[in-house]
Design a protein around this ligand. Sequence first.
Ligand code: NAP
Ligand code: MG
Length: 485
Amino acid sequence: MSKVDINKSWNYAAAPESTAHIQLKKKYDLFIGGDFVKPLSKKYFDTVNPANGEQIAKVAEANKQDVDRAVKAARKAFKSWSKLSVKERGKYIFRIARMMQERAREFAVIESLDGGKPIRESRDIDIPLAANHFFYYAGWSDKLEYAFPNKIPKPLGVAGQIIPWNFPLLMAAWKIAPALATGNTVVLKPAETTSLTALKLAELIQDSGLPKGVVNIITGAGETGAAIVSHPDVDKIAFTGSTEVGKLIQKSLAGIEKKTTLELGGKGANIIFEDAAIEQAVEGIVNAIFFNQGHVCCAGSRLFVQASVADVVIEKLKERISTLIIGDPLDKNTDIGAINSTEQLATIEKYIAIGKKEGADIYQPKCQLPKKGNWCPPTLFLNVSQSHTIVQEEIFGPVLTIQTFRTIDEVIEKANNTPFGLSAGVWTEKGSKIFKLSQKLKAGVIWANTFNKFDPASPFGGYKESGMGREGGLHGLKPYLKFKS
Ligand code: NAP
Ligand code: MG
């Protein structure tokens, strides 16, 4: 038997990665009740490659009637899926995980093609981690009664799941795997700009033999998402996206008995103390903000450097970012890929203009950007203060603000002073500082001497306006269950 290394699914080909082996249809319908069906809306939209603006495929746009059809299919499937033996359920989820590993290369190439992220990241992080989520939750499926002793865990019913474009397949896995493990059925909507890996997942699910209607994948824009949220026969909403839309959803569900989890925006603080291993910290800063073009809810987008080492850290950081390779997402050497959409590029450019206007000093290394497509160079803002808009608002791009601090209490106060509370990073040799900061920082995830590390067993979620509820680990099961005793 050939050995599958989950963390390295194939050896790198010569750059750029070939698209010859990927199979894409010209037109994608909705995946409802186990089949691809034409949308009642009769409408399709284009999905484009953000690295060159070219159309890749047409994707169906689900209207209210289509959403209703998907919810009905999920409701029908719930009857038998929720009664299936927990062991059988686990086997189905395990099979999805295995098939995802086998198709990892195709998934990775499509993810980079459709969304713009570097192939190295799709290959080494997004796809293996997505498969790992299915493996992890497959294992919980027959252990729920041990996980929640003295309670009888029951599935909720139909889960409506809405995901963003920054980690398309991974977010689908975060949502679908725990829902299935707990006996729920699913209607999932990917983001408009990155539907393709979710649709490939639909094909995989079809091939896996999962009972029809257990997972339904419907594509469309914000209105499709809103129709899922307001559908009366949906028992649970799991949403990942912007704080703005999260608040809208929360308001629209006020007083309605529908369990809701919201994973929203962030403005993570990355804190470097003078006793940190400086070279490692600089690599950590780069990974924290430039990973996935900064399209990361938990990005370390605010850097705090202790004043005594600020000059050396900033100098090394400037040097390091001048070596980052920006360009073709399918090239194995690329560090920074394409910005996901022209809209997102406009948002980032708006914030860069605001930063300059409010008097911060900008630093961008000299680099040649491709002529076609959406690109933004790695950007540093120096001489910023707490009141700057670029320090307070989520930019969701490769833009880092840099502040200095003198004392630990000062940096705690500054780090906590935003409406968000999703992530933070601490770089120091001293365990006592790590301990104090992990107690005092108002964030759902705190990394020590690393950043942007994820594990299916580790719960993820935010404080304050970064969201409600947790995904991952044992905590990620609870929002899909009701309990009897
Ligand atoms: P978004 O505009 O809120 O969209 C997220 C999803 O919701 C998309 O599928 C979107 O569809 C859909 N949607 C839009 N309007 C809706 C409405 N009124 N009702 C229901 N659904 C609606 O967010 P985004 O700009 O795509 O994603 C970036 C945001 O996600 C950032 O703020 C980031 O921090 C956050 N995020 C958070 C986490 C986390 O775990 N906390 C993880 C990743 C991303 P369309 O895209 O088709 O419009
Ligand atoms: Mg959007």
